[in-house]
Design a protein around this ligand. Structure first.
Ligand code: LLP
Length: 448
C-alpha cells in the first residue's frame, strides 16, 4: 500500500479512476452517479459524511468470483469475511446470493445469524476466541471452528465436552510466507501471531482426532490481506496441499480445506487480482486433492462497491500548504491514517471536476496530524459545501469507525435498482453517551 504522499509516478486522473470503476459515472448535470443514483441527492437528503454502497456491484463481484471458481472445476464455497463490512443489509445481500460467512467474534457471529446466514454456512476464525465465544459457536452449531494454537485446541475440547458437544475444527496453519502486503495486515509469516507452525500441524491434527470434544474436519490458511500478486497464494496453497497429503497418508479424516481471503483490489493503480487467475492457482495447487474448498474474501467483494461522501468544510492556505478540510475524518475512514493507504478522491460535481488542478492535502477535522486522507493530491478549488467521494471505501471503512473526538458515526446507504435506502442511520448526539452512567457521587449538585 503506498503512503498518503503516493509512490513515484503521477496519481491516476479523475478520468482514469472512473474508467476502471463501472459503478460510478460523472454526468454534466447530476455529477457523480452510482448505479443511476446521483450521490448528491443522497447527500442532500441524509447529509455528510455518508457511506454509500452499490448492491449491484457486490452482487456482480460475488457472481464473478463464484463463476471463476466453478469454471475452474472447483467445489469451492465462498464464506464472506464479515469483518470487511458487517452491516446487516450487506450480509443479507450476500446471503441471498448464497454466500456463507467467516466470523471472528461473538459479535460477528450474532450479526451473521441476525442477517439470516445459517450456522451450517458459518466458519468461526480468529486468534483469540474466548471460552464464551467458543460455547456460543458450539451452541449455534457453526460448520467449523478454525483453531490457531495447541493451547486453543485443548481449551476448545474442554469447552465442547462440558457443553456436551463435538466441535468440528480446522487447524489454521502458518505457512511462513511473505504476502508482500502492508506489514500490519500480513498474517502468514512465522513471526506473526497467527496459525500453527507448519512443523507441528500434523501431530496436532492427530491429537485433535483423539481429544474427546473435537472432530477435525480440515485445514485452514490465511496469509494476509490486500494481496495483489499470485505467488504468495501459490506458495501457501502448495504447502497446504503437502500437509493435506501427509494427513491423508496417516489415515486422518480430512473433509475440506479453507484457503482464507486476501484477494487485493486496485486502489490506485495496483494490478487487480483477477478471479480466474486466483481460481487457476487454487486448481493447480489444491485441485488434485479433490476436496471441497472454502474461500474467505472480504475486501474483494465489497471494497470497490462503496464510497465515503464528504463535504468540504473549508479550504485553508497555510505556509504555502493547501489544506482541503473535510467533514469526514480518521474516525470515519481510518485506513489512510493507519496504513498510509491511498484512496481515490473525486469531486461530486462535474463543474468542480473540470476545474483547474493544484496539489492539496486532504484532511479531516480530527485533532491529529495523522488525520490526513491524501497529500499532494491534485484537486480543483473546492468551495465550502462542495462534496467529494472517497473511493473504494466499502471494505474496512465504516467497520473501523470510532466516536473519537465525539463525532457521531456517519449514516450508511445502499443503492439498488435506481433507488437508495438508509441501511444505518446517522448516530445521534445522545448516542455518544448511550450506556454511560454518572455515579451518584458525581450527580449535579442542586443549584441554590
Ligand atoms: N479470513 C481471515 C482469517 C482474515 O483474518 C481476513 C482478514 C479475511 C479472511 C479477509 O481478508 P480480505 O479478503 O478482506 O483481504 N483492516 C485492514 C484489513 C485487515 C484484514 C484482516 N483479516 C485494511 O483496512 O486493509
Amino acid at each position: 500500500m503506498p503512503n498518503p504522499s503516493g509512490p513515484p509516478g503521477p496519481d491516476p486522473s479523475f478520468a482514469e479512476l472512473l474508467a476502471v470503476r463501472p459503478v460510478l459515472s460523472l454526468h454534466a448535470q447530476d455529477g457523480l452517479v452510482m448505479e443511476d443514483v446521483p450521490l448528491a441527492a443522497i447527500a442532500d437528503a441524509v447529509g455528510t459524511p455518508v457511506w454509500v454502497y452499490s448492491a449491484a456491484t457486490i452482487r456482480r463481484r460475488y457472481a464473478e468470483l463464484r463463476a471463476a471458481l466453478a469454471e475452474a472445476g472447483l467445489a469451492a464455497v465462498i464464506h464472506y469475511a464479515v469483518k470487511a463490512n458487517d452491516r446487516l443489509a450487506v450480509l443479507r445481500l450476500l446471503a441471498a446470493e448464497g454466500a456463507g460467512a467467516d466470523v471472528v467474534s461473538g459479535g460477528e457471529l450474532a450479526r451473521a445469524l441476525e442477517a439470516g446466514i445459517p450456522p451450517s454456512r458459518i466458519v468461526f476464525s480468529g486468534v483469540g476466541k474466548t471460552p464464551a465465544e467458543m460455547k456460543m459457536a458450539l451452541d449455534q452449531g457453526v460448520a467449523q471452528i478454525n483453531v490457531e494454537s495447541a493451547e486453543e485446541l485443548r481449551i476448545l475440547s474442554a469447552v465442547a465436552e462440558e457443553a456436551g458437544r463435538k466441535a468440528r475444527i480446522a487447524l489454521r496453519v502458518n505457512p511462513d510466507v511473505d504476502a508482500k502486503t502492508h506489514p500490519k495486515i500480513t498474517t502468514g509469516l512465522a513471526e506473526n501471531k497467527f496459525g500453527i507452525p507448519f512443523s507441528e500441524a500434523a501431530s496436532l491434527y492427530a491429537e485433535a482426532a483423539r481429544l474427546p470434544g473435537l472432530l477435525p474436519v480440515g485445514l485452514a490458511v490465511h496469509i494476509g490481506s490486500q494481496i495483489t500478486s499470485l505467488a504468495p497464494f501459490r506458495f501457501a496453497f502448495a504447502r497446504l496441499c503437502e500437509l493435506a497429503q501427509d494427513l491423508l497418508a496417516r489415515g486422518l479424516p480430512l473433509e475440506r480445506l479453507d484457503c482464507g481471503g486476501g484477494l487485493g483490489i486496485s486502489y490506485r493503480d495496483e494490478p487487480a487480482l483477477l478471479p480466474a487467475a486466483y481460481a487457476g492457482v487454487l486448481k493447480a495447487t489444491l485441485g488434485g486433492l479433490g476436496l471441497p474448498l472454502i474461500v474467505e474474501p472480504g475486501r474483494w467483494l465489497v471494497g470497490p462497491a462503496g464510497v465515503l461522501v464528504a463535504s468540504v468544510v473549508v479550504e485553508k492556505a497555510s505556509n504555502a500548504h493547501r489544506f482541503v478540510i473535510l467533514d469526514a475524518g480518521m474516525n470515519d475512514l481510518l485506513r489512510p491514517a493507519l496504513y498510509g493507504a491511498w484512496h481515490g478522491i473525486l469531486p461530486l460535481s462535474a463543474a468542480d471536476a473540470a476545474g483547474s488542478l493544484s496539489p492539496a492535502e486532504v484532511v479531516g477535522p480530527v485533532c491529529e496530524t495523522g488525520d490526513t486522507f491524501a497529500k499532494g493530491r491534485l484537486l480543483p478549488r473546492l468551495a465550502p459545501g462542495a462534496r467529494v467521494a472517497i473511493l473504494d471505501a466499502g471494505a474496512y471503512g465504516s467497520v473501523m469507525s470510532s466516536f473519537y473526538n465525539a463525532r457521531p458515526l456517519a449514516a450508511e446507504v445502499m443503492v439498488a435498482g435506481g433507488c437508495w435506502h438508509v441501511i444505518r442511520e446517522r448516530a445521534s448526539l445522545s448516542s455518544l453517551w448511550a450506556g454511560e452512567r454518572v455515579p451518584a457521587f458525581l450527580q449535579k449538585a442542586a443549584t441554590s
